[in-house]
Design a protein around this ligand. Structure first.
Ligand SMILES: Cc1cc2nc3c(=O)[nH]c(=O)nc-3n(C[C@H](O)[C@H](O)[C@H](O)COP(=O)(O)OP(=O)(O)OC[C@H]3O[C@@H](n4cnc5c(N)ncnc54)[C@H](O)[C@@H]3O)c2cc1C
Length: 355
């Protein structure tokens, strides 16, 4: 293995904040936290990285974010949007002004029972949203393990996937529109292509530019973007010619919100997300299978999915169990439970949990 190369890291800006805290306090209603203890708290997230931010803004409204954009733009201070900070690759730490959406920007703004959509602010936590939706008989099924902390803004930011993504897809498959504030302070709504025609000239210009790049690079994108269901690394540059096994939209049309999904806050700060909802499952069944050999697990999984796919119940969740759960003996063991809907089973029990 090669020895690590020493690379000097230059963080921007230098220790003096250039009057940022003072100007922010004069301009916003939310909390402006520049003390060492607060900065220390926001220097970490769920990753292994630790970077002290210049300061923290906890905005009380979108106007606060807009004011921060203006001031940071003038002073040359980068801004970083943050939800629960449960990303694991250091996305929410940096030498910048961290903007925490969780405290105040956490309202459900609109629910459309007919269209089965809901509009939320970025700081709404997934579990809170699903609790809110429960009486309506619908849910948002991108069920990340950190559902008690993860925010919809952060989930859109990193194109989160839940354990049920084989049935429901990831965020990119379930976001209908995104309202965002761009670096120059422009407010824009990104959604289905036809709706973009009503946008402001600046946004139409951006969209036309994106379309042109998509068409120019069409072949390259088709060749290089992996054709996998759960692709969450980087921008969805294949939005004009999707390479995902699951189309991003039901009819294969282009939705510009999908370019912001997975962009990790680099294209704009999300102020509202419109999500597609799904009916709550009528029944829940679970099957747990303990196998000693990985190859048997793979074979059983593929057979089970085939069984389910041909019947009325389809699997929505597949998870490989923790190794420490595996039995010590050389025989495979299986447990299967179900409620309401009976289903067929192969000779080896199913390792699939279905909701
Ligand atoms: C134990 C553990 C289990 C996990 N399990 C899963 C899992 O099952 N599936 C999965 O997909 N992930 C999983 N994760 C990763 C992470 O928890 C999820 O992706 C989660 O949904 C991220 O939400 P968050 O609110 O913490 O986002 P954050 O980490 O705060 O932010 C995510 C990204 O979005 C950006 N962002 C945040 N808010 C905005 C905004 N308003 N506008 C623009 N950009 C914004 C941030 O800058 C960042 O780039 C797991 C993490 C841990 C630690």
């Amino acid at each position: 293995m090669n020895a690590p190369v020493e690379q000097p890291l230059t963080f921007h800006p230098p220790s003096d904040d250039g009057g940022l805290a003072k100007r922010l306090r004069a301009a916003v209603r939310g909390d402006v936290l520049f003390d060492r203890a607060s900065r220390g708290r926001y220097a970490t997230d769920a990753s292994i990285y630790q970077v002290m931010p210049v300061g923290v803004l906890v905005p009380a409204s979108d106007d606060d974010v807009r004011a921060a954009f203006e001031i940071c733009g003038e002073l040359g201070v980068p801004m970083l949007a943050r939800g629960a900070g449960s990303s694991q690759c250091g996305q929410t730490v940096g030498a910048c002004l961290v903007v925490d959406h969780t405290k105040h920007l956490n309202r459900v703004l609109d629910y459309d029972a007919h269209a089965q959509t809901v509009v939320v602010e970025p700081g709404v936590v997934l579990d809170a949203l699903n609790t809110w939706l429960r009486p309506h008989g619908v849910w948002f099924p991108v069920d990340v393990s950190t559902s008690a902390q993860a925010t919809l803004g952060g989930m859109a930011g990193n194109n989160s996937c839940g354990s049920r993504s084989i049935a429901y897809g990831n965020m990119v498959h379930n976001v209908e529109a995104i309202d965002a504030m761009l670096a120059d302070g422009t407010d824009a709504r990104f959604g289905p292509e036809p709706a973009m025609e009503a946008s402001a000239p600046r946004v139409r210009e951006l969209v036309a530019g994106l379309r042109a790049i998509g068409e120019r690079e069409r072949d390259e994108i088709a060749e290089k973007v992996p054709r996998v269901l759960r692709r969450v690394g980087g921008y969805n540059i294949d939005v004009f010619n999707p390479q995902s096994e699951r189309p991003y939209t039901r009819d294969g049309s282009v939705n510009y919100a999908h370019l912001l999904v997975g962009s990790e806050g680099t294209l704009g700060v999300i102020t509202e997300v419109t999500l597609r909802l799904h009916p709550q499952p009528e029944a829940v069944s679970a099957a747990i299978c303990m196998l000693c050999a990985a190859i048997r697990l793979v074979k059983t999984l593929s057979r089970t999915i085939a069984v389910y796919s041909s019947g009325p119940v389809t699997p929505s969740r597949c998870q490989t169990p923790c190794r420490s759960w595996w039995p010590n003996d050389s025989h495979s063991r299986a447990v299967s439970t179900s409620t309401e809907r009976p289903h067929s089973s192969s000779s080896e029990s199913s390792p699939v949990t279905t909701r």
